[in-house]
Ligand binder design. Structure first.
Ligand code: IMP
Ligand code: MG
Length: 382
């Protein structure tokens, strides 16, 4: 079975937590877009880990491998740091990490360029935009170039990093050469960012620069992998970091309270996240554009104890393109709340509204950071 776990909103939905939990059942967990702008938070054995580049694999399971796909842009120094850090707790884990040679390198100059040019977007300054710009402009450097005779000099200073990674057992390869391996395996594709930050379908120009929909999986050379389920992850409320339209955004004391109880501060940058209520038209848009078939709702514990939970049910005009988010006139309704986020009967009304609005089954809900907090809502749907 092959599945994808995508961000259904603006990132930070809890993809890392979900992927980590599901990863034990798969042979490969594959990142296919973005780079170290992602911050996937994982809680394991009471400790917190943040993966920026490595897939959110549960390293306690020795048969799960990691693949960094060709659609990514990779800061090799950052990757070395992450591998070294993982090696401290899981010696030998480097041998389970594979990197596509067709992925492009985030060079030091890209991070500098991000700082000086992409402040108005609220970029994470990880060099993502400039690296993809060079890729599209056909002047980018691929990881494979470091292996090509005569070419390493083009990218000075990265050969040592590469050797360190190889020394830790990391394999550099090409996905297509492994098609037989992948065809005989179960694959979990882990998206980064979310559909509303997607370069094509997100709210341009307030987007990241990669394909955060199932299109990114195909673009990374995995067109041969048939997906059985595409899970879209969304919080039961909404957050966003960076600039741009956010129709259901809260302001003032109400925002401050939700930010505080939800601990909404960026995993990558530490920035306070913008917060708002669940936005059903945006979620419906994301399901359609993203190729999402099932939903996973996270952070249900954060909204526990409210009599009612507000959600946006309409913009007046259904959003069908990014511009529709700029002119949205959000209309709210109150949905019956829950006091116990482990009591399915209490959450039924809320889940039903989400399913009705999106046409997607809710497969899991998450009500905390430990593994036992991820609950299968409808076993047959999960
Ligand atoms: P960039 O990808 O660093 O250029 O950032 C572009 C926009 O996407 C900014 O608003 C970032 O805050 C946002 N962004 C990028 N990656 C993530 C992520 O993983 N989670 C949430 N927001 C992100
Ligand atoms: Mg994040």
């Amino acid at each position: 079975m092959n599945i994808a776990v995508l961000g259904a909103m603006w990132g930070d939905e809890g993809k890392g937590h979900i992927t980590h939990h599901l990863s034990r059942n798969f042979d490969w967990v594959i990142r296919f877009n973005g780079g170290a702008n992602a911050g996937h938070t994982i809680y394991r054995d009471g400790k917190k880990f943040v993966h920026n580049l490595l897939p959110s694999v549960d390293f306690r399971y020795p048969d799960v491998n990691s693949y960094l796909g060709s659609g990514m842009v990779i800061d090799l120094e950052k990757l070395r740091d992450e591998v070294m850090e993982a090696e401290k707790t899981y010696p030998g884990v480097g041998k389970r990490i594979y990197v596509d040679k067709d992925a492009f390198i985030v060079e030091r100059k890209h991070k500098e360029e991000d700082k000086s040019t992409n402040g108005h977007i609220g970029s994470t300054n990880r060099g993502i935009g400039p690296a993809y710009k060079d890729k599209i402009g056909r002047s980018g450097k691929r990881i494979g170039d470091l292996f090509t005779e005569g070419k390493p000099d083009l990218i000075t200073g990265y050969s040592d990093v590469l050797l360190d990674l190889i020394g830790k057992g990391v394999t550099f390869t090409h996905a297509l050469a492994w098609q037989d391996v992948f065809n005989a395996s179960s694959l979990l594709f882990e998206g980064a960012q979310g559909v509303l930050l997607d370069i094509n379908h997100g709210i341009y120009p307030y987007v990241s620069c990669s394909d955060a929909t199932i299109g990114g999986i195909i673009a990374s050379g995995f067109a041969f992998a048939k997906l059985d389920k595409v899970y879209g992850v969304a919080k039961c409320y909404t957050t966003k970091v960076g600039e741009g339209p956010f129709p259901s955004e809260l302001q003032g004391a109400e925002a401050e309270e939700l930010r505080k109880i939800g601990n909404e501060y960026g995993a990558t940058t530490g920035r306070p996240r913008r917060v708002g209520w669940l936005d059903l038209p945006a979620l419906r848009y994301a399901c359609r554009k993203g190729g999402i078939t099932h939903l996973i709702l996270t952070k249900m514990d954060i909204l526990s104890g409210r009599d009612v939970v507000p959600v946006v049910h309409s913009y007046g005009k259904e959003p069908v393109c990014p511009d529709d988010f700029c002119s949205a006139k959000p209309q709210y309704m109150d949905v019956l709340g829950w006091s116990d986020c482990r009591d399915f009967a209490q959450m039924d009304r809320f889940i039903n509204e989400v399913e009705y609005a999106t046409g997607c089954y809710v497969a899991y809900v998450s009500c905390g950071t430990s593994e036992s907090d991820i609950l299968a809502w409808e076993p047959e749907a999960a």
